[in-house]
Each structure stands twice: as C-alpha cells, then as structure tokens.
Design a protein. Sequence first.
Length: 162
Amino acid sequence: MSLRVMQFVAIVLTALALVPAGAHLLELPGKLALSREEYLIVQDIYRGWALLGFVIVGAVTANLVLAVMLHGGGRHFALACLAFLLVTAALAAFFLGAFPVNQQTQNWTFMPNDWRALRLQWEYGHAIGAALTLLALCSLVLEAVLPRARPGRSGTQGIAGD
C-alpha cells in the first residue's frame, strides 16, 4: 500500500472516530443539566453505538501502520507516532472512563444511587476521548501537508512511498 493511501485511510478513520466522540463532547453541557429521569431517557439514543468501536480500532491500526511506514522519516514519523499514541489514548480513555460506567449501569438501563458521579465519569471520559481524537486528527493532517525532505538534501533521506 502506498504512503498516500495509508495517510488517507488513517485520516478518514480518525475523522470518523471523531464524529461520535465530538457528538458526546458537544452535548455534554446540556446533558449535565438533565434530571435523573431525563438523563436515563436521553442515554437510550446510544443503543447500537458500540458498533462504532470498529472505527476507533481501525483508526488505531491505520495510525500504527502509517507510523511504521514513516519510520526514519523525522518529523513525519514523529507526527504519525503522536497520532497513534493520541488515538490509542482516546480508546484508553473510553475503557477507563465510560466503559466501567456502562457496566455498572447496564448501559444506562439501571440507575444507581451514585448516578451523578457516574454521569460525570461517563461524560468526561467521552470528552477526553474527543479531545485526544481531535489532536490525533490534527497531527495526521499536519504530517500529510508538511513538505517532504528531498533525497540528498541536507543529508536527509526521502520517505519511501511518496
């Protein structure tokens, strides 16, 4: 697979991972103002969103492949590695923040007494993931638009697959 194709795949998958994450982030202020009953009703809209996990796993994989392809590519490699680490951290934020709450609330079909604390953990877990995914996307786009070193110039090597 060529470098340009891999850049495209990594950017698209990371952007797609940002869609649900960004939705969570944008609705956070409104959802924090909801009552217990209203919040439980609103949480029902996320039925089926677990399938979007494939997108973030795809983004992690694509970013890793891109970083490997850019190994030895100086700042391009560094930016691809950063994107990989950021999107992986976004996935970790989900598993440390939202996922335990999903388990505890049975995917918000059960509302425990400490629901406010759980709501904050769930909402902020998603918000952190959204911020990390946005930073990963920015890193990928920057990597793609930065000029490439030319072979033989300043002792640098070109990046294979350009």
